[in-house]
Design a protein around this ligand. Structure first.
Ligand SMILES: *Cc1c(COP(=O)(O)O)cnc(C)c1O
Ligand code: SF4
Length: 348
């Protein structure tokens, strides 16, 4: 067993283990954990400074998860958009391929909360084979997002086999990996893993940091190993009430991401997933945060604010209102609220 696998085994997985370190009532959380598993690996657990802080809220079960009647099991309609199990084909030219159900930490706000880390999500040799077959016979797919769960929790050999099979498909141009590991379990990003991944270029990684306190020396090392392997790194942050829903926190996060060579990609409104309603922020909050970034700091630090439309409509960007009028002249305001105009050429 490798060192990271050993460390993962020492994760906090029961409310009783939590009660050893913090004053909580474990009985109240047993029911939550029986429905939605907990796993907080030693690294991420040690980032908690106090009960209720932004790290705690992302990782530690909360009875609120059971009090959510407003939401949907599968808000993005992923199950119906899966031609074979664990492969979501929603957009014409790209597909989401789920290759494991395991994560290094089960985020309490996860979109796939209905199944990650449970027997409700079954990834087997057969489902992976069926996914690969579908990719082979669907040549309009040119961009594959390998996700889960967290694909970097697979051991090196399994991951390498899957990536090799995808790379052999001539119609696949781009491979992307979606992983929270650089943030939640950076010790998994070994030198060996980085050199394995670099055999599959063009390969992109979208990781997922939500708070500036997650950008530690360990996370920095993980990202520099990946960036040094030539892998462009993006970040898909989720706006979460009580974690990062202020302009100041998001600006600090975006600046710190650029320092570790991660380019902010998306900032998501929380999905309508059952058990996560207590994390949802008003849409206005996200728009206000984006408005506070655009023009006020580097364009490099500005992600696209997006809502993933319930029902499987896809990701839809949200922008603050800059355009007042568009006719013979475009009348709009700049980031400071100053009105500007631009003559619109007559279309011929
Ligand atoms: C997010 C997502 C994609 C990729 O969308 P991009 O905007 O290209 O990053 C593809 N398929 C599914 C099902 C997705 O949810
Ligand atoms: S790492 Fe991603 S897939 Fe895993 S629990 Fe967190 S949000 Fe969900």
């Amino acid at each position: 067993m490798t060192r990271w696998q050993n460390s993962l085994k020492k994760s906090v997985v029961t409310p009783g283990q939590l009660a050893d370190r913090f004053s909580i009532d474990p009985a109240g959380l047993e029911q939550v954990v029986s429905l939605y598993p907990m796993r907080v690996n030693p690294y991420y657990f040690n980032l908690i400074r106090e009960k209720g802080d932004p790290i705690w809220r992302q990782a530690i079960p909360d009875t609120e998860e059971l009090n959510d009647t407003a939401s949907m099991e599968d808000p993005l309609n992923e199950e119906n958009l899966s031609p074979v199990p664990n492969l979501v084909h929603k957009y014409p030219d790209r597909a989401l391929f789920l290759v494991t159900s395991q994560c290094a930490m089960y985020c309490r706000f996860c979109t796939r909360k209905r199944k990650v880390g449970t027997s409700r999500m079954s990834v087997t040799r057969d489902t992976i084979k069926a996914g690969l077959d579908y990719l082979r016979k669907t040549p309009e797919i040119r961009d594959v997002l390998v996700s889960g769960g967290d694909p970097l929790l697979l051991d090196d050999d399994t991951l390498s086999d899957i990536l090799t099979s995808i790379r052999r498909i001539p119609s696949i141009e781009i491979i992307r990996i979606g992983t929270r590991v650089p943030c939640t379990f950076p010790m998994r990003v070994t030198v060996r893993l980085a050199s394995l991944l670099k055999r599959f270029h063009p390969l992109y990684i979208n990781t997922h940091f939500n708070h500036p306190d997650e950008i530690t020396p360990e996370a920095t090392l993980a990202c520099s190993r990946l960036a040094d392997a030539g892998i462009p790194l993006g970040c898909q942050t989720v706006l979460l009430k009580g974690v990062n829903d202020t302009p100041d926190i998001i600006r600090r996060l975006m600046h710190k991401l650029l320092l570790i060579r991660v380019k902010p990609y998306y900032l998501f409104q929380t999905d309508l997933t059952t058990g996560t309603n207590h994390f949802r922020t008003p849409v206005e909050t996200g728009i206000e945060i984006i408005k506070s970034l655009i023009g006020h700091t580097s364009g490099m630090a500005v992600p696209t604010l997006a809502v993933d439309a319930p029902g499987g409509g896809g990701k839809i960007p949200l922008l603050p209102e800059y355009v007042h009028h568009l006719g013979k002249e475009l009348v709009f305001s700049n980031y400071c609220g100053v009105t500007c105009t631009y003559p619109n050429p007559v279309s011929s």
